[in-house]
Ligand binder design. Structure first.
Ligand SMILES: CCCCCCCCCCCCCCCC(=O)SCCNC(=O)CCNC(=O)[C@H](O)C(C)(C)COP(=O)(O)OP(=O)(O)OC[C@H]1O[C@@H](n2cnc3c(N)ncnc32)[C@H](O)[C@@H]1OP(=O)(O)O
Ligand SMILES: O=C(CO)COP(=O)(O)O
Length: 695
């Protein structure tokens, strides 16, 4: 890995330490926000400041007036809200939890790599800077926040104020313990609650300006079940940026952190959630039950924790805005500023994604199943493909990738076998060294069908979909680097295409799928063209495409073209099927069109297509509710569906819909000739002779 040299395994030292002595070592954690002593507020003072805040007081008065409730009662309500919200910092609690966490980390993971230089630089900078620091990690697992706190504690840095959803607040004992490790609690949605909104705003402003600890929040707002970036949430970010306008802090630095798991602990739960099984409610009892994960050592492989360059908010919030705020206190920072910073953070997460061997293996295996399922995918074939594809992503796409760059077959073999070890419940090598999938789905006895979010899928479907989606999720992190080029492969057919048409098709796909792939929305066609040309050149340099005058043709590298093309198919197929269902809605069903009913109907239709056709929606990944939700929100944002507030229904714009269906039909898609469900029996492991990947 080119930029890998600076990664160190932080567990190496921990394995030499006595956990108790390490966690209770004398320490004076470095505080990241240098403030004059009287500007540093403790919890009590922060809560007081919030209750004294002008806008909070105004909200209390307004509510008292409009509801007829006494001011005292509303104030008590406000006090209860801030008490529920505010974090506590208690080093003793952190130490005790630290003993357990370090034992768990050493058991679960073989290595936790961190780009130590970035962390040391951050530590140094924070000690001389009066700016406030905001840690903004990617969100792929519940472990993310534990890991970041563990890293900071290991490097003698203070734990931040962490924005936590109420799911954790409701956990017995644990909820309060987390508060003592820095969690502050926020309700998930509160735009209609004026008082809560003002208290939240004021609390965040106060900790930005008066907490000597940093702030941590997950800009994606939720764990990405599909393990690719999701679009940013703007609420907390915009309040933090607004704090800068008040001038209490000279600058705010956002520190993006890309967290990459070889095997996220929620792996299988995410697959079921994507299929519609609701997530289990967070509870202390469940937390204890989940400790069974510690039974097998190193069961979750490696983690790469990659800290990106801090982003200064000051460069976007210029003096003019600050002056405007002084003259006009209700002035709000333009939403384009917030969006810009949000996407800079998401783009940093993507750029700093560290790909693991399993991501490439999953992608190659997925391709093989769709194109040549009868040809055994032997370890020797995989080694060749792996080396080739790895070199492509590193050299052409500048992706970061675990492992050494080598052409030595033995070393590559070791790299592959080592990385398959944590996945021995999913991918195995059979006795003839051929790659096979293991059946991951176990018949669910207690499944409550009334809770299912989508259509109740059959056992037969789940048997295929669970392992198939599990594999597909592992290939998803590659999309941090591949999205633009996979779009292009869906725009060019056998007989070539005019440049202009290819670009138009690219624009369409970008518009339809910018939410799916967390891409910055771009209106300016010239900018889209620059992005397109860059990706086009990558494909041309790989001989995937070639140009003649004003035409683009598929080149000789059909292997790469096919891999890239097949990645995008499930996304386009689901969009198409959703559109068809919308256009035939009233003929097909008598139920009202809502965001829920379209979800159920689409999943039902996809289940049928998977078994019955050789065309659209062959890949079981098409059963993922994520895809339907995003397709729906994309159609809403384009005005193809519109919400009717007064009737609480949705209306379809038939003209726009027909146009979109036409445009999707024009895409020169080539669906694999092999049917996934037919191929499945030949790739599923039935033998008891499977060998675990051995070094
Ligand atoms: C040694 C080791 C020890 C280890 C020890 C372990 C420690 C361990 C600690 C535990 C710690 C637990 C950690 C849990 C971690 C989670 O729980 S993650 C989940 C919770 N966190 C988050 O969700 C953070 C990100 N979310 C947000 O920012 C959301 O916006 C909010 C604030 C939750 C609100 O969500 P929402 O109500 O759905 O609203 P949303 O549409 O996002 O936007 C709302 C506002 O944004 C504004 N907005 C929208 N678009 C824009 C725009 N472009 N520009 C500006 N503003 C905009 C809107 O105008 C709106 O404001 P109003 O008009 O209402 O004033
Ligand atoms: O985001 C969370 C905090 O980690 C929990 O909510 P999700 O289940 O939506 O990820």
């Amino acid at each position: 890995m080119e930029r890998n040299t600076k990664f160190v395994d932080m567990l190496e030292d921990r394995r030499r330490d006595c956990d108790f002595l390490w966690a209770t070592r004398p320490m004076d954690p470095a505080l990241p926000h240098m403030l004059p002593p009287d500007s540093v507020y403790d919890r009590e003072r922060i809560m007081q400041a919030v209750l004294q805040d002008k806008q909070v007081k105004a909200a209390i008065d307004t509510i008292a007036k409009t509801t007829g409730v006494g001011v005292k009662d509303v104030e008590n309500n406000a006090r209860a809200m801030i008490n529920e919200m505010a974090s506590k910092a208690d080093l003793a609690t952190v130490r005790w939890i630290g003993i357990f966490i370090t034992k768990a980390m050493k058991r679960m993971f073989s290595q936790i790599y961190i780009n130590e230089i970035m962390l040391s630089n951050l530590k140094k900078e924070t000690q001389i800077s009066q700016a406030q620091y905001i840690y903004v990690p990617s969100h792929r697992s519940y472990l993310d926040f534990i890991l970041l706190s563990y890293i900071l504690f290991s490097y003698d840095m203070a734990l931040p104020n962490i924005a936590a959803g109420m799911d954790f607040y409701n956990m017995k004992i644990v909820g309060e313990l987390l508060r003592k490790t820095g969690a502050f609690y926020i309700r998930r949605s509160f735009s209609n609650d004026l008082l809560y909104k003002q208290i939240f705003r004021s609390y965040v402003n106060t900790i930005v300006s008066h907490s000597d600890r940093a702030i941590e929040f997950f800009i994606e707002g939720t764990r990405s079940r599909s393990q690719k970036s999701t679009i940013p949430k703007y609420g907390l970010l915009s309040i933090i940026i607004e704090s800068l306008l008040q001038g209490d802090v000279p600058d705010i630095y956002f520190v993006p952190m890309s967290i990459n798991y070889e095997r996220p602990p929620e792996e299988l739960l995410f697959v079921y959630e994507m299929l519609g099984v609701p997530k289990p409610k967070e509870s202390t009892a469940r937390l204890f039950r989940s400790l069974s994960i510690l039974q097998k050592p190193f069961s979750h492989g490696r983690i790469f924790f990659n800290i990106g360059e801090p982003i200064s908010a000051n460069q976007f919030v210029d003096k003019a805005y600050r002056q405007k705020k002084i003259l006009q206190p209700s002035f709000k920072i333009p939403s384009s500023v917030v969006e810009n910073i949000a996407y800079l953070i998401i783009e940093s997460h993507k750029k700093n994604t560290v790909l693991m061997p399993i991501n490439i293996i999953a992608l190659l295996f997925n391709e093989k199943i769709q194109t040549k399922p009868k040809e055994p995918y032997t370890l020797d074939l995989l080694i060749q493909d792996y080396q080739w594809f790895k070199s492509f992503v590193i050299k052409s796409l500048k992706a970061l990738m675990y492992g050494t760059e080598t052409t030595d077959n033995d070393m590559i073999k070791q790299e592959i076998l080592e990385s398959l070890k944590p996945h021995d419940e999913l991918i195995v090598l059979d006795s003839s060294n051929t790659l096979k999938i293991k059946q991951r789905h176990k018949r669910m006895k207690q499944l409550n069908y009334s809770n299912i979010k989508g259509y109740p899928l059959s056992e037969q479907t789940l048997q295929i979909a669970v392992p198939a989606i599990n594999i597909a999720i592992y290939s998803n992190p590659t999309l941090a680097f591949l999205t633009e080029i996979v779009f292009i492969t869906a725009t060019i057919g056998e007989n070539g295409i005019e440049t202009e048409v290819a670009l138009e098709r690219y624009e369409l796909l970008r518009r339809l799928f910018s939410t799916e792939f967390a891409m910055r929305p771009i209106e300016d066609k010239a900018l889209i063209k620059i992005e397109w040309e860059k990706s086009l050149n990558v494909l041309i340099s790989q001989n995937c495409l070639h140009t003649v005058n004003d035409l683009i043709f598929i080149g000789n590298n059909t292997k790469l073209f096919s891999i890239l093309h097949n990645i995008i198919l499930p996304f386009i197929d689901v969009m198409y099927v959703t559109c068809i269902l919308l256009s035939e809605w009233t003929e097909r069903t008598s139920v009202e069109l809502t965001d829920r009913t379209i979800l159920v109907e689409t999943q039902k239709e996809v289940e049928r297509l998977i078994f019955e056709t050789k065309d659209r929606c062959q890949h079981p990944y098409c059963l993922s509710l994520d895809l339907y939700n995003i397709a729906w929100s994309s159609l809403l944002s384009q005005g193809i569906i519109a919400y009717q507030k007064y009737t609480n229904t949705y209306r379809t714009d038939k003209v726009k819909l027909t146009y979109l269906i036409g445009a999707l039909l024009e895409l020169p898609l080539r669906h694999p000739t092999e049917i996934y469900v037919d191929a499945f029996p030949s790739i599923i492991s039935t033998s008891s002779m499977d060998v675990q990947a051995k070094l």
